[in-house]
Design a protein around this ligand. Structure first.
Ligand code: EPZ
Length: 417
């Protein structure tokens, strides 16, 4: 699917099932390296980033294959400590293999997982934290070498609740000698899912979801079966698609308990939302209302991964909305493409953009440049009058199993080209 074509202006109706979480599945795939025997991940999303992680694990000697509803991983054949450069450079989440591989093999060689269009994506917090556990780092012609004779538990304070650094410490700590106390840890639900998987394998972890996580290392882990929770960012994407395009939909299995800030913002925009056992019902307003300020923050704040989608909806709201991005330093690239659809967005620096709501966006040919900006352009296409073509949809496929299929299930007029 290189591009998608959308006939906008159609209110959404019906229901759609929310896929498994990308950002839960990826660290759990890395964690499977630490368990003896086979793990089976049910509800693992079939997305490009998972396929990339699967080929990385296979390159390392693991056996990974889809069986029925699940993805089976057996790391007993792990033999390689070097991660291929294109896979690492292309996918930041390969970084969470660092902690697992050092824990399992004592050594890793990998390309520096460089930045992308949303920011530099440094790894200093990862290196600093793992260094306190006895990992020694060196560089060799642009590649990162990490080694540790024996990982040891440590008391670590993260100056920023980095999701990836929290995951790397947990993955290194479960096999380390002694206890690790991680303070300033990220509280994202994906950390909770990772810890639930590891505890099902036999790990001793407490405090996940709070800022302080304690991991007692040194226990051997056994593979297990695990159900990957629904993706709160995909659910939020479809929720805002309805708020912007109109209509009423049911987001089946949406993890509403993890979406408080998102649901509240949708209500501030005039939508009616209510949660039930089935998921989240959304009833859109005639036109989205402006919100004084939408500010991203670490969980449980408004998620940075939904900032671009909220911006697309705010672009056609009844008034002005200030959007503030506090997590990444370059996450307003999509504003330029939304401008081609008639949005009036005043980027006021790396941290904020003012959306001056227009009556209607108009269809245009626009280009996705990264995952969530691409999703935002598709949502804008649903809202716009006329036809929108979104190109470079390979970025969207990194995190959404089948955006076209899901939007069509909600009554949208969407075709992939
Ligand atoms: C995870 O990225 C997610 N990716 C991101 O989702 C998400 O946006 C992000 O967390 C924040 O919630 C996965 O889970 C695979 P961070 P991660 O470390 O771990 C800075 C998506 O669209 N930082 O919490 O890379 C960093 O530059 C993706 O699904 C350092 O300075 O995020 C950023 O400004 C995009 N030094 C901030 O912290 C470090 O060593 C947050 O980064 C690490 C991070």
């Amino acid at each position: 699917m290189d591009s998608i074509r959308i006939q906008g202006g159609v209110a959404l109706q019906g229901k759609v099932r929310i896929q498994g979480s990308k950002n839960a599945a990826l660290p759990i795939l890395a964690a499977a390296l630490l368990a003896e025997g086979q793990s089976v991940l049910e509800n693992c999303p079939r997305i490009a980033d998972v396929y990339a992680m699967i080929s990385l694990l296979k390159d390392l000697g693991c056996s990974v294959n889809w069986q029925g509803k699940g993805l089976c991983i057996d790391a007993s054949g792990l033999c390689c400590r070097e991660m291929g450069s294109e896979a690492v450079r292309g996918m930041r989440s390969s970084l969470c293999l660092l902690g697992a591989l050092v824990g399992r093999c004592g050594q890793v060689v990998m390309e520096h997982p460089g930045g992308c269009v949303i920011g530099q994506r440094p790894i200093d917090l990862h290196l600093e934290a793992l260094g306190q556990m006895g990992v020694v780092f060196s560089e060799e012609d642009g590649r990162l070498l990490a080694s540790a004779d024996r990982l040891r538990g440590a008391r670590i304070l993260l100056p920023f609740p980095s999701v990836g650094a929290t995951e790397n410490v947990i993955l290194a700590a479960v096999l380390a000698e002694g206890e690790t106390l991680l303070e300033g840890a990220a509280k994202e639900p994906e950390i909770g899912a990772l810890c639930r998987y590891l505890k099902a394998c036999g790990a001793q972890i407490t405090g996940e979801g709070t800022g302080q996580i304690c991991i007692r290392g040194g226990r051997s882990l056994k593979g297990t079966e695990f159900f990957v929770p629904a993706d709160r960012i995909v659910a939020g994407t479809y929720l805002f698609a309805c708020v912007g395009a109109g209509g009423s939909v049911l987001l089946e299995e949406a993890p509403w308990q993890e979406m408080e800030a998102v649901l509240r913002t949708a209500e501030d925009m005039g939508a009616k939302v209510w949660a039930s056992r089935e998921g989240v019902y959304v009833q859109a307003p005639a036109r989205p209302g402006a919100v004084e300020c939408i500010c991203t923050a670490p969980y449980p704040g408004f998620p940075t991964d939904l900032q671009s989608v909220a911006l697309a909806v705010a672009a056609a709201a009844d008034g002005d909305t200030l959007i503030r991005e506090t997590i990444f330093e370059d996450r307003f690239r999509v504003a330029e493409e939304l401008g081609r659809m008639g949005a009036r967005l005043e980027v006021q620096g790396p941290e904020s953009v003012l959306a001056r709501g227009v009556e209607h966006l108009k269809g245009a040919r626009v280009e996705a440049r990264e995952l969530r900006g691409g999703a935002a352009l598709a949502v804008a296409g649903l809202m716009a009058r006329g036809e929108t073509t979104v190109t470079q949809c390979k970025y969207i496929e990194r995190g959404y199993e089948n955006l076209c299929r899901d939007f069509r299930e909600l009554g949208a007029r969407v075709t992939s080209a």
